[in-house]
Design a binder for this molecule. Structure first.
Ligand code: ATP
Ligand code: MG
Length: 378
């Protein structure tokens, strides 16, 4: 999948911009605060409808009446376009696919992209929530049904927590809990299955990539970490009905065992909403022992794996957006990364402040960004 043309109007610090992209590597160079990330953000926003801001009206250029984004791209060798209108005044936006109005669930995932920015480096060190979001986001882009499942599960946890508090305050009966335990165990089972399978595949792909881009053939291992209780059933056949059944009873058993505690605290203390991921490099836990460089390389390996997994789901590579990561990598790793992207023919859009991060020879298109304006350099 690759983008052929971008058109932006009154978007962030950009008045009007029309750009033809190469289907290979595109580099946006420029000093700080010129609009490089804004361009990447516009693409990422068009793919998942999420941006750096919580209010999408902030995307409209200050003083502009309405932001307009249009992206022409090729998917499965078919040219398509999508566009978005964001008015400055109203809390709304309009989406169009090939000229027709579309709803967000039809729109998301039409243009697949993976974005890697410096914030992703914190994912490995910060709270479990970030790592769950990474895993859930990755599974959701590939299987929209997982996203719905997760939304339902979160609602069940919310309802169950409410009931737990009511039982504690003696305004509801304990008997009512049974139905919620049943529902919770059912959805928890499904979610855990998806996640365990995803981590298995992520391990396969990420290990290979990590070996290539790490300095000393390091071995990356991702471990799914269940919250509080270890799984006491064999996991060698994740796709079997027997495993699914065992898992369901395992969840019910553990929910039951914690009922007194949950009522006292008024919250559900067990389930996939509390699980985490552990990352190891050469058997050392990254969170605790990893160097800055190791954390960066691991984060990049994970993003590149996301790329591979999305390719399996969509049949072709998504567009890769690399914001400001070149300065984070040493020369050897930069070179390995660029070679890898070229070899796999992945359309990549990279931002950087300096030309020196890239090899001399011509291998893509280079743009210069200055105060929201873009000039083609090479
Ligand atoms: P850096 O190298 O520091 O990351 P950058 O080129 O990636 O810089 P961007 O984040 O793309 O910079 O652009 C930031 C600029 O866009 C800032 O000057 C900011 O004030 C401006 N900006 C952001 N939102 C708006 C908006 N709604 N209207 C006008 N300007 C905006
Ligand atoms: Mg930036």
């Amino acid at each position: 999948m690759y983008i052929t043309e971008i058109f932006l109007k009154d978007y962030r610090n950009i008045f009007e911009l029309r750009l033809d992209l190469s289907d290979g590597i595109n580099i946006f160079l420029g000093r700080n605060a010129q609009g490089k990330t804004n361009i990447l953000e516009a693409i990422y926003f068009s793919s998942v409808l999420r941006a750096r801001t919580s209010r999408i009206q902030e995307l409209v250029r200050r003083g502009g009446a309405q932001a307009f984004l249009k992206i022409n791209f090729s998917r499965a060798d078919v040219s398509q376009d999508l566009s978005i209108e964001i008015p400055a005044e109203k809390r709304s936006r309009k989406l169009f696919l090939n000229g027709s109005m579309a709803r967000s669930k039809e729109f998301i995932g039409r243009l697949n992209s993976v974005m890697f920015s410096p914030e992703d480096l914190f994912m490995l060190k910060s709270a479990p929530l970030k790592r769950r979001q990474f895993l859930d986001g990755e599974i959701s882009q590939a299987s929209p049904s997982y996203y719905e499942m997760l939304t339902t599960y979160n609602r069940i946890v919310y309802q169950r927590n409410r009931l737990l508090k009511q039982i504690r305050e003696r305004s509801a009966r304990r008997g009512n809990l049974e139905m919620w335990n049943e529902q919770l165990a059912r959805y928890a089972t499904q979610i855990l299955l998806y996640r365990l399978i995803a981590v298995d595949r992520l391990n396969e792909v990420a290990q290979e990539i990590h070996k290539k881009i790490s300095a000393r053939n390091e071995k990356l291992l991702i471990e799914y970490k269940l919250n509080k209780v270890a799984l006491d059933i064999p996991t060698d056949n994740l796709r079997s009905d027997a495993f699914k059944k065992d898992l369901f009873f395992w969840y019910k058993k553990n929910l039951h065992a914690r009922i007194e505690n949950d009522i006292a605290r008024g919250t559900t203390s067990f389930g996939p909403h509390l699980d985490d991921l552990n990352f190891f490099v050469d058997e050392m836990e990254l969170k605790t022992y990893g160097s800055q460089g190791q954390l960066r390389t691991a984060a990049l390996s994970l993003k590149l794996s996301e790329l591979e997994l999305l390719r399996t789901a969509a049949g072709e590579y998504p567009v890769l957006l690399l914001d400001d990561v070149m300065s984070e990598l040493d020369a050897a790793r930069r070179e390995q990364l660029l070679t890898f992207l070229k070899l796999k023919k992945i359309q990549t859009i990279i931002t950087a402040t300096e030309r020196k991060y890239f090899p001399e020879q011509n291998f893509g298109r280079i743009f210069f960004v200055n105060a929201g304006k873009v000039f083609l350099m090479e």
